[in-house]
Design a binder for this molecule. Structure first.
Ligand code: ATP
Ligand code: MG
Length: 458
């Protein structure tokens, strides 16, 4: 009866994305977290304890594999300060690394049960069941019984939500030692794969009582400052309908005006000889500044300084009193995976809350990643911005005779082409629509003097 009562309450794991995907897990559940070495088990379990404590749920981390000092130091690097948490009274670390005999284990487990009661723990992590079972390799059934006892007399009966870590040796994919399957309410397997020289992390959710398990593998990342978060696939039901009559961004080019619907995703294809940055800064500043738009600029090619200088140059040369609010996010795509970039830009966008997102250099991203991964991430990125009504401009350099090869070309709302011309010794850049969703009348090409753009003459 008592156990049932605990199970009614749902709690949040504290892992961004995962809590949105699952509507929480039952308090008092035991989740088995398995994975090969270095896949992020400790980090994820620590995050579960850490965020729990922040939400007022006291936690204990029991480690049979790491000293307290090592654990605190490693987790601090990832943005989790367990020593402060301990001082505030929300956390206790129990070091079982010196426990080596079955007798000592029995005593230690009793101590953990006692501490759970006295401390009033709501969450516990055990790192790891594999280390515990190894201790009693001669008396394995005795150790199993002790662990069973521990869960039924300790964690379950007190409604303490538990993460139980299992270490899987390399090459090992099956889970469980014959004890866990019966008692666990959820099974999560962490995996890592090397794609184009970078580590991509995935989480496989085998079972999760009380939740529908829809996704086979969910990408997740480990990153300093935010520790661990998953890449939640974007829902498509939230996307506003394809027509946005209420508002649009007006872009004037020479004497022509183009309407860009709010929340539309626009691909701007540049002939490889044209540098997209001056063109876009010139066009963008002139057109966006008057509305006071907030702009988020994601740059994979030019560094932050170059983008800033270019904007300053345009502002100095022009008659614009003040520019739009621009936040430049520069990231070196060789140092991060696509998943990490997706996650980091999401964090930034949640802070900045931009009206417009400008992405410069997606061709570099494309070249550095696996085509399937790129498609997946870019598609979700477009959906994410549509959902949030952020108008996106994606600047890409690409041979103009191979436009149809650009990934997702048919998914962008508007596609424009920028190509160079030489007329009477003067260089021009021609801008023409390749495909536009609205205003099919706007099928003209406009010419701008290349000099004007480069010198930012407004
Ligand atoms: N400061 C950091 N910044 C980014 N990534 C980090 C950082 N610290 C650790 N990592 C990543 O996290 C991974 C290790 O995570 P963790 O220790 O949680 O894995 P584990 O599954 O518990 O490993 P083990 O089997 O060795 O116990 C490392 O492979 C490393 O790539
Ligand atoms: Mg570990």
């Amino acid at each position: 009866m008592e156990e049932r009562w605990f199970k009614i309450k749902r709690i949040m794991l504290g892992i961004k994305g995962l809590d949105e995907l699952f509507k929480g897990i039952y308090k008092g559940s035991i989740i088995l977290l398995a994975g090969n070495p270095g896949t992020g088990k400790t980090t994820m379990a620590a995050k579960f304890i850490y965020e729990g404590a922040k939400m007022g749920e006291k936690g204990i981390y029991v480690s049979f594999v790491e000293t307290k000092e090592d654990f605190y130091r490693n987790m601090k690097d990832l943005g989790m300060d367990f020593s402060s948490l301990e001082e505030e009274g929300g956390f206790a670390f129990m070091e079982g690394i010196t426990v080596s005999s079955v007798e000592a284990l029995s005593e230690f487990l009793e101590e953990v049960i006692r501490e759970m009661g006295e401390f009033g723990a709501d969450r516990i992590a055990i790192d790891s069941i594999s280390a515990v079972l190894q201790m009693g390799s001669q008396e394995i059934s005795k150790v199993r019984e002790m662990m069973h006892n521990f869960f039924y007399r300790g964690a379950k009966v007190r409604g303490v939500t538990t993460i139980l870590i299992e270490e899987l040796p390399y090459g090992e994919v099956s889970v469980g030692y014959g004890i866990e399957e019966f008692i666990v309410d959820g099974v999560i397997i962490l995996k890592a794969r090397i794609i184009k020289g970078k580590i991509y992390r995935y989480m496989e959710i085998r079972k999760m009582r009380g939740n529908e398990v829809k996704y086979g593998e969910i990408p997740f990342i480990i990153i300093p400052g935010d520790a661990v978060g998953i890449i939640k696939p974007e829902g498509i039901s939230e996307i506003p309908s394809g027509v946005y009559p209420e508002k649009s961004i007006k872009v004037r080019i020479e004497d022509k005006e183009i309407s860009i619907p709010i929340g539309s995703q626009n691909l701007l294809i540049f002939h490889p000889m044209i540098d997209p940055l001056p063109v876009f800064t010139w066009l963008g500043l002139r057109n966006f500044s008057q509305y006071g738009y907030r702009i988020f600029c994601e740059s994979f090619t030019h560094n932050k300084r170059t983008v800033e200088d270019r904007i300053k140059l345009c502002l100095d040369r022009g008659d614009i009193a003040s520019g739009p609010e621009i936040k430049i996010f520069q990231i070196n795509p060789t140092a991060y995976t696509l998943d990490e970039i997706y996650y980091l830009t999401d964090l930034e966008e949640r802070n900045v809350k931009p009206d417009i997102a400008v992405v410069n250099g997606i061709e570099i991203l494309q070249e550095l990643s696996d085509p399937k991964e790129y498609l997946n991430i870019q598609y979700n990125k477009l959906l994410r911005r549509m959902n949030r009504k952020i108008t996106g401009f994606y600047l890409i350099k690409h041979p103009l005779n191979k436009i149809e090869k650009i990934p997702l070309i048919n998914f962008y709302d508007n596609v424009f082409i920028f190509r160079p011309y030489l007329k009477g010794g003067v260089r021009y850049i021609g801008i023409s629509p390749y495909r536009i969703i609205l205003n099919t009348r706007q099928r003209y090409e406009v010419f701008i003097k290349a000099d004007t753009l480069e010198r930012c003459e407004l």
